[in-house]
Design a protein around this ligand. Sequence first.
Ligand SMILES: [Cu+2]
Length: 190
Amino acid sequence: MRTAHASRVLAIATVTTGAVLFAASPSIAGADRVRGEAPLTPYSTAANGKPELVPDGAKARVDAVYNAAGDSIITLHVTGLLPNRTYGAHAHVNKCGIDGNAAGPHFQLATDPVSPSVDPGFANPVNEIWLDVTTNAAGNGASLAKQAWQFPPGKAPKSVIIHEKRTATGGPDGAAGTAGARLACVDVGF
Ligand SMILES: [Cu+2]
């Protein structure tokens, strides 16, 4: 379990999505907080082919709060995306890389022994971090995932991927956890 009040270091990294700054916010009582923030540059590989879904100037910010009760409260804010549109979003295990695949699979608290994981027993919003977001008329939006657990030591995810469409739950909407193309990525120091 994560230790409350843990201090964090300031780190600066550059990835294919542009300059990324991870900055520790001032400690707040009983909570540990991290933030990842970056401009969103669409992946333009053959695996995507839909760069128009992430306009120039779009940005994402992810905040994570680990409270003393053992919860994780993770929020995603996006700006400058297409208006009135739902995007899928999840925490992924690897950092952002040269294409959407570099971020690897979804973070799972209990890891599905089968990969890719489309078993709703594993690919669900309790075992993963789902941050699907619907934008307003200005192309801005926010979402929140609250979990009654915290990342095990050494097993925290490293990024959030913005996807083409709402995350499926394994019914008629599609295989559990799938959300279409990987459009863009933001590194997060979870
Ligand atoms: Cu994803």
